[in-house]
Ligand binder design. Structure first.
Ligand code: C5P
Length: 244
């Protein structure tokens, strides 16, 4: 499934992030195509902005996506938060689904090998699988500044070799993902813990083992304006190499 209901304000003004174009094709269409290109994927559920369901449906139809290779593409209304969008998309999955991949619309260039590696690891018995890459930068933990705009005190430096930057698609046993989303909904507002920013984080918080498989540098998230420049360059190189 593809949560695509975010506004993507960090990219700057303009169309919602998922509808921005890369090489003349909306980012969301790239992401859905990448999933449909994986042999193990049968159904794709897109969570669109609540007022954008017909528009997203039309966009996918326009790019000839539904029915591709006999696969099913559904569009549902997303929610206020990424977590709510995923929960609403989960409700639209076929009951008999065993493995669910959650893929950010904002990662349009994820290579098919990453999708298959994640799906394969869940099929082979893991409950929750995330693709991840080592960090180039050292990471510091900080505390809020003593006064607004002042310097933030550093309180720690985690060992870089043991840190990973996590990408998507993240893969789960269907029942486990439904279960942790239900628990998260029930626990909403009852805890002062930091909000969970990915689905694997819900599994960690509400019970379950998460493992990592190698991610890929091209599975980066298009977040800031410079990411669009990088994505255009990756796409141009792919088109030159495979004529795709
Ligand atoms: O904001 P961020 O880049 O972390 O969003 C990650 C993904 O979650 C994006 O694909 C975005 O469209 C999606 N999202 C969503 N519903 C929201 C907020 C974000 O589906 N309410």
């Amino acid at each position: 499934m593809v949560p695509a209901a975010g506004r993507g304000e960090r990219l700057g003004p303009g169309a919602p992030k998922a509808l921005r174009e890369l090489g003349g094709v909306p980012i969301l269409v790239h992401a859905v195509r990448a999933l449909l290109g994986a042999r193990s994927v049968r159904t794709v559920v897109v969570a669109a902005p609540a007022d954008g369901v017909p528009g997203v449906r039309a966009l996918l139809d326009e790019h000839g996506l539904p029915g591709q290779l006999g696969k099913d593409v559904r569009v549902v209304a997303g929610g206020e938060t990424r977590q709510e969008s995923v929960r609403l998309a989960l409700a639209a999955l076929p009951e008999e689904t065993e493995v669910v991949l959650v893929h950010d619309a904002a990662r349009p260039l994820v290579p098919v090998e990453v999708i298959e590696a994640v799906a394969g690891a869940v099929a082979a018995g893991s409950d929750a699988v995330v693709p991840a890459v080592p960090l180039a930068d050292t990471v510091k933990q900080v505390e809020p500044a003593a006064r607004p705009g002042g310097p933030e005190p550093v309180v720690g430096t985690p060992e870089r070799a043991r840190l990973r930057a996590v990408q998507t698609p993240q893969g789960f046993r269907h029942r486990l993902l439904v279960d942790v989303h239900a628990k998260a909904l029930a626990a909403e507002g009852t805890s002062d813990e930091a909000p969970v920013t990915d689905d694997a984080g819900l599994v960690e918080r509400f019970g379950g083992r998460v493992v990592v498989v190698p991610g890929h540098e091209e599975a980066f998230k298009v977040t800031r304006p410079l990411d669009l420049v990088l994505a255009e360059a990756v796409l141009a190189r792919r088109r030159a190499v495979d004529g795709f």
